[in-house]
Every structure is written in structure tokens, then in C-alpha cells.
Design a protein around this ligand. Structure first.
Ligand SMILES: *Cc1c(COP(=O)(O)O)cnc(C)c1O
Ligand code: SF4
Length: 343
């Protein structure tokens, strides 16, 4: 009998494992703490206690470490700081709690079947970071936090519809789940024969890159499913050396890496920023996928960029970059049978 050498489970991975969960436990939720780290003072910033009450502050130390000290307009800070602009009421009718009407497409507890061939599983009830512009900021996670039995109903639904070829894990953020929970989920999905692809939508590769552990990469690379990881970066400052190394390791494990961004006024509504972002992503093995117009979620109207401006920016990008580094400019129109490509 030939004993083949099995690649050793490397020691550092175990420490990373505990490390990412520890980092997740030490997310910053206290505004005073955040501002103190950055050397800023609340009154200069438009920080709002009321906005905090409407949607909590949540940000990982790794993400904060990429913010510029003393800069009140830092593009990463502006994505997470509860701001008085969120409480503006004049836009109440157009800006809604469930802007994509997702509740109409609930096929089972935590399962959204909206587009052909793909279902979206709300795999985790929370994120490592709370983005102020998030279209799920009012999502009733309590009503969509399924038990294992309810999970089975989702799997049954998928099993009974052989047109479903792709399962998308979303959230919240599916990568806040423990490895054990995630592995259970993946195995259940692998057991449904007609499913070919597993897609994970997550912001953790950016805000908590240690999450892309060797164990995670290995589990996906040994799956019979093709795996796609869609990360979410809005600004080149979000990508540092640690993020880049983690992404490259996942790419080397055979995971297809894509990025989606949201176009945000005052944060990234600028052609040079997206040029830098695309170049940086590609260096890390990631292709730009979507650039989303902001969904009209209540509390986020101050981030809106008009469609005409977005188109101008897109056309400039086309002139600056090779086609494969230009994300598709899309918006989500409730009731449409796919995301709507604008450009
Ligand atoms: C965005 C989205 C998908 C995936 O759409 P793609 O165009 O394939 O990226 C699937 N389901 C829901 C509910 C979505 O919002
Ligand atoms: S779902 Fe995505 S955009 Fe929304 S808060 Fe979580 S990480 Fe941010």
C-alpha cells in the first residue's frame, strides 16, 4: 500500500481560525471609541445619536485601521458613521423600508427566489459591519432566521425545482457563520444534484480578511460545486496588503473572485477612484462585476448619485480601462426579471 503524503494542516491556520472569530467579537460598536481612535470629534462630523438608534454602528478594527487619522471625510468612515443626514424626512415616500420588494419573493423562510435559475439564501442574520447605505438595513432578520428544520424546507424547495442551478449565500453576511455551520450548509447544497454553482456574497474578505482561512479555501476547492465569491469593495483604500494576500490565496484555491460596488455620493463618485479600484482588484485576482446604483432605502438618500451622472462616470471609465476591468452599471427595479443594465 502506498502512503501518499497528505499536505500537512498548517499550524498558523488554526491560529487564524480563532483569530478571525476573535476579531469578529471585537467589532467596534461605540461611536466615542471609533472617534477616539481616529482623533475626531463628534460635532464636526454630523454624527447623530438618533441615526445610531435607527441602525447600530458596527465596524471591524481591521477596516478602521485603513481609515485616515483625523480625516472627517474619510471615504471608509463615511460608510459606517451614523449621520444626521439619515434622519432627513423629505424623501420619505420614495425611500422605502424594503426597496426591492424582496418580501414578495420569499419562497421559504430565508429563501428568496426572484431570478431564474438562482436562489438567494439569507444565511446569516448579521454582518461584521453595518454599512449606512445598506438596502437590507431594515430587513426583518428575526422573521428570516431559520432553524435547521426550516432550512430543510429551503433545501426541499430547491430540490423540487430542477431549474435552480445556483445557490447564492447572502445575508447579512454568510461568512460570519462558523466554519462548522458553513460546512453543514455547503454539504446540504452539494447533496442537491441539479445545483452546479455555489455563490457567496460577502464583505468579510474586505473587512475581516482573516476569514478566508485555509480551512475555508480547502472546503470550497474540494467541493463538486463551482464556487464564486463576490466580495464588496467600494473604494481602493479598502484593499490593503492583508486583503490582497487573502484574496490571492482563495483565487489559488480555484474560487472565482468578483467584486460589486455601490455608487455613493462623496465616497466614490469619481472616475479616478474606480480606475484605481479596478486596477487594485485585478492585482488581487478579482474582476469587477457590478456597480450598483443605490437602492432607495430609507435613510440613505444623501448617498444618491443621479443616473445621468452615473452614466457619465461609466463612459469615462470605459475610456480609461480595458473592458474586463469595467463593472456593469446596474440598478434593481422591483418586478424586473434581472438586474437592469443601465450602460
Ligand atoms: C442580485 C440577486 C441575484 C443574483 O443576480 P445576478 O445578476 O446573477 O448577480 C439573485 N437573487 C437576488 C434576490 C438578487 O438580488
Ligand atoms: S449586507 Fe453588505 S452592505 Fe449590508 S450591512 Fe452587510 S456588509 Fe454592508
Amino acid at each position: 500500500m502506498i502512503h501518499r503524503t497528505i499536505p500537512a494542516v498548517q499550524g498558523p491556520d488554526l491560529s487564524l481560525q480563532s483569530c478571525w472569530q476573535e476579531q469578529l467579537r471585537s467589532v467596534i460598536t461605540c461611536p466615542q471609541h471609533l472617534l477616539q481612535i481616529l482623533g475626531l470629534n463628534a460635532t464636526d462630523l454630523g454624527y447623530s445619536e438618533e441615526a445610531l438608534g435607527a441602525f447600530a454602528l458596527r465596524v471591524t478594527p481591521a477596516f478602521v485601521a485603513r481609515m485616515e487619522h483625523g480625516n472627517p471625510r474619510d471615504p471608509l468612515l463615511m460608510q459606517v458613521l451614523p449621520h444626521q443626514n439619515e434622519m432627513r424626512q423629505q424623501d420619505s415616500a420614495q425611500w422605502q423600508m424594503d426597496p426591492l420588494a424582496e418580501s414578495h419573493y420569499r419562497a421559504a423562510e430565508g429563501l428568496i427566489h426572484k431570478y431564474r435559475g438562482r436562489v438567494l439564501l439569507i444565511a446569516a442574520p448579521q454582518c461584521a459591519i453595518n454599512c449606512r447605505y445598506c438596502f437590507r438595513r431594515h430587513f426583518p432578520y428575526e422573521e428570516n432566521a431559520p432553524s435547521r428544520k426550516e432550512w430543510q424546507q429551503s433545501f426541499n424547495y430547491i430540490r423540487e425545482d430542477s431549474s435552480i442551478e445556483e445557490v447564492i449565500l447572502s445575508g447579512g453576511d454568510p461568512l460570519v457563520l462558523s466554519d462548522r455551520q458553513l460546512e453543514w450548509l455547503i454539504e446540504e447544497i452539494e447533496n442537491i444534484e441539479h445545483v452546479k454553482r455555489l455563490r457567496i456574497h460577502s464583505r468579510l474578505p474586505i473587512v475581516l480578511p482573516a476569514r478566508l482561512s485555509e480551512r475555508f479555501n480547502r472546503r470550497l476547492s474540494m467541493s463538486r460545486l463551482q464556487s464564486i465569491l463576490v466580495i464588496h469593495a467600494n473604494h481602493p483604500n479598502e484593499i490593503d496588503e492583508e486583503v490582497c494576500c487573502a484574496l490571492r490565496a482563495s483565487r489559488d484555491a480555484g474560487i472565482t473572485l468578483l467584486n460589486q460596488s455601490v455608487l455613493l455620493r462623496g465616497i466614490n463618485d469619481n472616475c479616478d477612484i474606480f480606475t484605481m479600484l479596478s486596477n487594485k482588484l485585478f492585482e488581487c485576482g478579482v474582476l469587477p462585476y457590478y456597480l450598483h446604483l443605490l437602492d432607495k432605502v430609507k435613510g440613505a438618500s444623501h448617498f444618491q448619485v443621479e443616473k445621468s451622472e452615473a452614466l457619465t462616470l461609466y463612459n469615462k471609465l470605459r475610456a480609461q480601462l480595458p473592458g474586463y476591468l469595467v463593472p456593469q452599471l446596474v440598478e434593481e427595479i422591483p418586478g424586473a426579471d434581472s438586474k437592469t443594465v443601465i450602460a
